[in-house]
Design a binder for this molecule. Structure first.
Ligand code: ASP
Ligand code: MG
Length: 413
């Protein structure tokens, strides 16, 4: 069995849907997982915000969503087609939801609307595939992927999900379903965290013992750097699960960080290929570590804070003290991207969020001297060389430099 995932960028226009179908004609798959079209999840987030806060622009926000899908549907289908009917039905369901009072819990409210992005995109693709002669089934992921009720970051119920996948995916033909969304036993829709479609595809592949899974993207494969920040990029044509999970951890926007674990656990290879150049091989992620050292990868995290805390009474920054400080970071939800300590100081680097920084300073100011810089970049190099470090730090001031055998991290401005 082959599992494919198509993200929002491959579902932008009628032409991109036709392109996607031509890929499926040339390179057949058994299961296709899709995201919402283009930036529709963001549009749904705005809609939720208006609905939750009873803002007058709610209908306007909804119209943007309807117009987007209707425009594409008009290009692909005739007026009175079943496709158009099904889309309008989904719009009515959304409308009904919005006539009810929102839940007090924002995240629960969010999860009752945002999944329609995926339901709409998969409905359009489904009808187009049928029209093109595919034997295709549309499967509702909210009945297939079972989760707990931890809305917006729902955790998987392994056993139930495995059972429902076992049952449904036996059927013949192409199975089409939605990424990112699931359902809980309380009867509500849930989501797995933004950009979670890769994770859905990985879960389906792992639980069904698929041959492999392919993520179709608008880049030619996994790149060693973000082309927005680096002029020259190279394709990582073959890397290990370990390397992939490290890259994702340090902030490479390649694949959703949760994706690798199920693939590694069940030994499922993952390909990353371009839907613009589908004939190219792209990248492969599997258990082989042979090629991991070949290329230096660069990952940049912007808008970082570097905070240095120093004990006021000259007590050591020892385990008990660190334990206390880490407890504070944890409580405030501050995720540390880098840490380093000396006899009486601790330096930590994290994403800048004003409120969290203020709360943190309030919590430590009585017992610590502190200094911090904002607006910094954290550059991580995997499989670095001295020249590579020189290149990224040219004309920049390095505030902190930390190296292990494979990874160098630099906080710069
Ligand atoms: N549509 C969702 C999002 O934009 C899930 C995904 O694209 O993977 O976050
Ligand atoms: Mg996406």
């Amino acid at each position: 069995m082959k599992v494919y995932k198509f993200g929002g960028a491959s579902l932008q226009t009628a032409a991109s849907i036709r392109n996607l179908v031509s890929i499926l004609q040339k390179y057949p798959a058994d299961v296709v997982v899709v995201s919402a079209m283009n930036k529709m999840t963001n549009a749904f987030e705005e809609l939720v915000d208006s609905y939750f806060h009873h803002r007058p622009d709610m209908q306007e926000k909804f119209n943007i969503i309807k117009d987007y899908h209707r425009t594409i549907a008009r290009e692909l289908f005739t007026d009175h087609s079943q496709a158009t009917g099904d889309l309008e039905k989904l719009f009515s369901t959304i409308e009904e939801r919005m006539q009810k009072v929102p839940f007090v819990n924002y995240d629960k409210t969010y999860d009752q609307l945002v999944p329609y992005g995926e339901k709409l995109s998969s409905t359009i693709l489904y009808h187009h595939l049928k029209q093109e002669g595919f034997n295709c089934r549309w499967l509702d992921a909210t009945e297939l992927i079972h989760t707990d009720a931890n809305f917006r970051e729902a955790r998987l119920e392994d056993k139930k999900t495995r059972e429902s996948l076992d049952k449904t995916l036996q059927q013949d033909g192409l199975k089409l379903t939605q990424g990112f969304i699931g359902g809980c036993k309380e009867g509500y829709m849930t989501t797995l965290g933004r950009e979670g479609s890769d994770y859905t595809a990985a879960l389906i592949a792992a639980f069904t013992g698929a041959e492999d899974v392919t993520i179709w993207k608008d880049v030619p494969g996994l790149l060693n750097a973000d082309p927005r920040y680096f002029e020259q990029t190279e394709i990582l044509s073959h890397i290990s699960y370990h390397e992939a999970v490290e890259l994702a951890f340090y902030g490479a926007k390649v694949i959703h960080p949760k994706t690798i674990k199920p693939l590694q656990n069940y030994h499922i290879p993952m390909y990353v290929r371009s839907f613009l150049e589908p004939e190219k091989p792209g990248s492969l992620i599997d258990s082989s570590t042979e090629w991991d050292d070949n290329i230096t990868s660069y990952i940049v995290k912007r808008n970082q804070v570097l905070l240095t805390l120093q004990t006021m009474d000259f007590s050591f920054m020892a385990e008990d003290h660190l334990h206390h400080l880490y407890g504070i970071f944890n409580k405030l939800g501050i995720k540390l991207n880098l840490m380093q300590n000396s006899a009486i100081t601790l330096s930590v680097c994290f994403d800048k969020e004003d409120e969290k920084l203020e709360s943190l300073l309030r919590a430590v100011e009585k017992t610590h001297h502190f200094k911090y810089n904002e607006g910094l970049d954290l550059i991580t190099l995997r499989h670095y060389s001295t020249e590579a470090i020189q290149r990224v730090t040219r004309n920049r001031k390095v505030l902190l430099d930390q190296r292990s055998r494979r990874t160098a991290q630099l906080v710069v401005y």
